[in-house]
Structures are given as structure tokens and as C-alpha cells.
Design a protein around this ligand. Structure first.
Ligand SMILES: Nc1ncnc2c1ncn2[C@@H]1O[C@H](COP(=O)(O)OP(=O)(O)OP(=O)(O)O)[C@@H](O)[C@H]1O
Ligand SMILES: [Mg+2]
Length: 511
């Protein structure tokens, strides 16, 4: 029995009468409650506004029970003990009379051994009933449940697959409801009748669509690897050291599970890129959380947060990427209108971050911290805060090589050291753009091949953002100095040599 149903059973035995069971999976919940009823040896009734109240073997509803009020009155008439599954109770519970009747009846229903299990996707709890209602969440099916489901399905169609494939399919299905899993597999079966690599891709793409329906989560394809990130050696070393930390072996060894990383840094220097690369390096799915949209989801933000975390946890191990987190939570500290909701979401998020036990690695990125609530960066939330600076000359050299390589050119054809020298204060994104611009220029010029010279020309045309935002960056750097770990080795020494060599033609605003 799933832990939630064990808890439900315990609550019922302890004479809690009203229980909300929060889930989108009605069928699965009903199955679980039925088991509980059997284990407790209590007759099971069901109620919905369309079907009324029906007893264990009744073909017809009890008279006058189409309303929640009628159902409650009827319960008071029937000898307990018993269990009622009430569907969509959140739609009826706010009615004045229902609230009153639930309060009136609580004592006698409890005494008679009645339990009212209210199934609903969201908890609507009138304040008068707050103390009377227990809230339980039914999480999405986990590894074991999905494996069972899949096993039953394979048996049903008499298909045998090896254990490896089995595991991959089970893992790929995490994050879906039981119904969704059944539907996806049925679709796969109808289409091809086998379970191979191609079908696995089908399941994953199906999942992407389903997760897409969660407004706040986006499922990312892993198309960028750690080799696509130039420089940031210290950060990379940290990541590589933790590569296997979500495995069963690491757990047995006693390694703590990494919680998350905070990447703070200048625009276009590879924060988002790194988030994607981690997922590829660790071979886990990447989910992006749109925290900005979540905070703005008036009224349903908390529910959205809970669901989002639920999906992420059910997909563990996975990476939950919260891009530009400062934009979502900037207002929290301000106390402005609407920031109360943001503050609540933020509080919930922070608490989850600190206490989570599921293997969900959070990667938060930010350009700025000034408006972030300071609790965010307190010890215990993230394993490490990395500062991602503008690339130094060595890093720029590597970044040029990476982006030339991506466009099918080898670095031999280019003077990449010269390019690195001439791009002081350029971000990785600006370096990439300089290469692309040069390609367009050359292509427009009779389709000839582009050269170092073309890139240098587009470099000269570019005013790097870091130059126009010099003051802002300086301030941020100042903040970061004692509070973060540099993503790049030995920045100071390289800075020293850079100043010392004073690359001609490039002014140094720091001096
Ligand atoms: N260190 C790097 N190595 C290679 N490419 C880089 C690097 N930094 C940036 N780029 C290039 O620039 C693009 C944009 O970088 P990215 O989106 O990671 O920046 P960011 O730090 O997230 O910026 P923002 O704060 O604006 O979101 C990347 O997709 C990549 O092509
Ligand atoms: Mg980014």
C-alpha cells in the first residue's frame, strides 16, 4: 500500500473524520481508498453530485443525496462505521450550509466511525473547517508503481523485454499519472507493437507534451554537453566530482545528495548553458521552472508550486532549473502590492529547498542579487554559489574554438589567440555573435569563406555590454568577492598578467 494510504488508514483509525486527498488521479485514489476500506473492514460508499450517495452494493443512489448537504444528512442516518469517497468536494464545501453541517456532524460522525475522504485536485478549505480537515497529497506514481504498471501491461500483451530496456522505460515514464502512462504505452503498442529505442523516444516526447501542459515546467532536450562550455574550470571540476552522486552506489557509500547550485554572473557568460550541460553530464532529465509565471499565477500559485515540485520529485533524479530567479522573487523583499503571494511562494520554495529529500538538483541562475531576499543564499539552501565572470583571455580562446567548431570550422584556419586578445570584456554570447556576424558578412560578399579578419571587424563594431554596464558589474563583483566561489581558476593572477601585458588597443576600465 502506498504510504499516503497507510497514513489515511492511520488518520481514520485515529477518528479524523474529514480528509482531503489531493490528486488529479481519481481512479488511482479510489483504488487506494478501497484497499484502506477493506483493510479497516469498513463498508465503502461513494458520492458525487451526479450520482448521489451509493452504498457498497447499491445500484441506486440514496434518495435526496445529490447535494452535499443531502449526503451529509443521510450519513448521519446510517449506522457507522463506514467510509465515503466524495468526489469534487472542493466545489461544494464553501457553501454556508455545508460548512455548518460539517461542523455540526463532526462529533457524531466520528463517534459512529465515519470517514469522509474528499477527492479533489486542489484543497479548498473554509477557515471554519481548517482545524477539522486533514490534508493528504497523493504523489504521482513512483518507480515501483510504474514498474508494476508496466509489468502488468507487458504481461497483458505477452511481450518480453530485457531488464535494461524495462528500466529505461520505467524511468522515462516517471512524472506521468497512471492514466497517462497507460495511454502512452497503448499508443506505442498500437503504433509499433514493440518496445525499442525508437519507442522510448516516443514515450519521452509524449512526456514532454504532457509536462508542457503544466504551465510552469518545460522539459529540455539534452543537446549541449560540458564540452560546449568554454572555461569555468573550477565549476566544471565541482560538477564532475559529483557526477555519480545520484546513483545507488553513492548512496551506499554514504555520500550526501547534492542539493543545488546558485550561478551568479554577468549576462551571456554561460549560466544557462551550464545548467543544460549539467543535465547532460549527469545524464538526468532537465526541467525548467518558470518561476516568474508561477509567482504571477494569481490565486493558484501555491497549488502550482506544489504540483510543480510534485512532478519534479516524481522524476527524480532530475535537475530543476530556475532560470533568472531574481526576476521572480525580486519583489519579495519590497513589500509591494502582490508581493505577499510572491513571498509565500518564495517561503515555500526555500523551505522545500532546505528540506527536500528527493534527488532533485536545483540550479538557480541570476544576474543580480540586490533585490533577492537574503534568505535565499543562506547556508544550507545551495551547496555552492558560483560567480561566473567575464571570460579571461584563455577562456575566450576556448570559446572561439568552440563556436568555430560548432560551425564546422577548425581553429587552424583562424588566429584564435589574436581574437581572444582583442575581445577583452566580451561575454561568451558576444563572442558567438561576432563569429556569426562575420559569417554573414563573408557570405554576403560572394559567398566566400570567412576569416580572422572578418571576425575582428565584427568585434570592432561591437560595444560589449560589460563596458556599458561597467559600474553595475563592478558592484556585483564586489558583492560576490567574499560570498561566492569563482567559477574560473586563478582569476586574479590572470588579471594581473592581463594588466601587466596591457593588450594594445583595448582600454581597461578597471585601471
Ligand atoms: N563559457 C561559454 N562557452 C561557450 N559558449 C558560451 C559561453 N558563455 C556563453 N556562451 C554562448 O552564449 C550563449 C548565451 O549564453 P547563456 O545563455 O549561457 O548566458 P547566461 O549567462 O545565461 O546569460 P543571461 O544572464 O543573459 O541569461 C550560449 O548559448 C553560448 O552559445
Ligand atoms: Mg541565461
Amino acid at each position: 500500500m502506498h504510504a499516503v494510504f497507510e497514513e489515511l488508514s492511520l488518520d481514520l483509525r485515529a477518528h479524523y473524520t474529514y480528509v482531503y486527498l489531493l490528486t488529479f488521479e481519481e481512479e488511482r485514489a479510489v483504488r487506494g481508498v478501497r484497499e484502506v476500506a477493506k483493510a479497516l473492514d469498513r463498508p465503502l460508499y461513494t458520492w458525487s453530485a451526479t450520482e448521489g450517495l451509493r452504498g457498497p452494493r447499491a445500484r441506486k443512489a440514496e434518495e435526496g443525496t445529490e447535494t452535499a448537504l443531502g449526503m451529509l444528512d443521510q450519513l448521519a442516518q446510517i449506522d457507522g462505521p463506514g467510509l465515503v469517497i466524495a468526489k469534487d468536494m472542493h466545489r461544494h464545501i464553501e457553501d454556508d450550509q455545508v460548512v455548518r453541517r460539517m461542523r455540526d456532524l463532526r462529533g457524531s460522525l466520528a463517534k459512529a466511525g465515519w470517514g469522509l475522504v474528499m477527492l479533489s485536485p486542489s484543497a479548498v478549505v473554509p477557515p471554519e473547517l481548517e482545524k477539522e480537515i486533514v490534508l493528504l497529497h497523493l504523489p504521482l506514481p513512483g518507480l515501483k508503481e510504474v514498474a508494476k504498471l508496466f509489468h502488468a501491461l507487458l504481461k497483458g500483451v505477452k511481450i518480453e523485454i530485457d531488464l535494461d530496456t524495462f528500466e529505461r522505460f520505467v524511468k522515462a515514464s516517471l512524472g506521468l499519472t497512471a492514466e497517462e502512462i497507460k495511454r502512452v504505452y497503448t499508443k506505442v503498442l498500437l503504433r509499433s507493437g514493440t518496445f525499442g529505442d525508437e519507442q522510448l523516444r516516443e514515450v519521452i516526447s509524449e512526456k514532454r507534451q504532457i509536462i508542457h501542459r503544466s504551465e510552469f515546467l518545460e522539459f529540455f532536450d539534452l543537446d549541449l554537453g560540458i564540452d560546449d562550455v568554454g572555461g569555468l574550470d573550477q565549476l566544471k571540476e565541482w560538477l564532475i566530482a559529483r557526477q555519480g552522486s545520484f546513483t545507488e552506489r553513492a548512496r551506499k557509500y554514504g555520500l550526501p545528495q547534492p542539493k543545488g547550485l546558485f550561478l551568479l554572473g554577468i549576462q551571456g557568460c554561460g549560466k544557462s548553458l551550464t545548467a543544460k550541460a549539467i543535465a547532460d553530464l549527469w545524464k538526468v532529465p532537465l526541467l525548467r521552472l518558470d518561476a516568474g509565471a508561477l509567482v504571477l499565477a494569481a490565486g493558484s500559485a501555491e497549488e502550482g508550486m506544489r504540483r510543480t515540485i510534485g512532478i519534479a520529485e516524481s522524476m527524480a533524479p532530475c535537475i530543476l532549473w530556475v532560470d533568472e530567479i531574481e526576476k521572480a522573487f525580486a519583489g519579495v523583499a519590497g513589500g509591494s502590492e502582490g508581493s505577499a503571494a510572491a513571498a509565500r511562494i518564495f517561503g515555500g520554495f526555500i523551505t522545500w529547498l532546505q528540506e527536500k529529500s528527493a534527488a532533485v538538483f536545483v540550479v538557480a541562475t541570476a544576474n543580480d542579487v540586490r533585490n533577492l531576499p537574503p534568505e535565499m543564499l543562506r547556508k544550507g539552501r545551495f551547496d555552492e554559489i558560483f560567480w561566473i565572470d567575464l571570460p579571461n583571455i584563455h577562456e575566450r580562446h576556448t570559446i572561439f574554438n568552440i563556436h568555430l567548431g560548432k560551425r564546422g570550422r577548425t581553429s587552424e584556419g583562424f588566429d584564435t589567440w589574436k581574437l581572444a586578445e582583442k575581445t577583452e570584456k566580451f561575454s561568451g554570447a558576444e563572442i558567438e555573435q561576432a563569429v556569426i556576424d562575420a559569417m554573414f558578412d563573408a557570405y554576403a560578399d560572394d559567398g566566400r569563406e570567412f576569416t580572422t579578419h572578418d571576425i575582428l571587424r565584427s568585434v570592432r563594431r561591437t560595444v560589449p555590454l560589460a563596458r556599458t554596464m561597467d559600474q553595475t558589474i563592478k558592484r556585483l563583483k564586489e558583492w560576490a568577492r567574499d560570498r561566492t566561489r569563482p567559477a574560473t581558476f586563478d582569476n586574479k593572477r590572470i588579471d594581473f598578467f592581463r594588466d601587466w601585458e596591457a593588450v594594445p588597443g583595448v582600454e581597461d576600465a578597471e585601471a
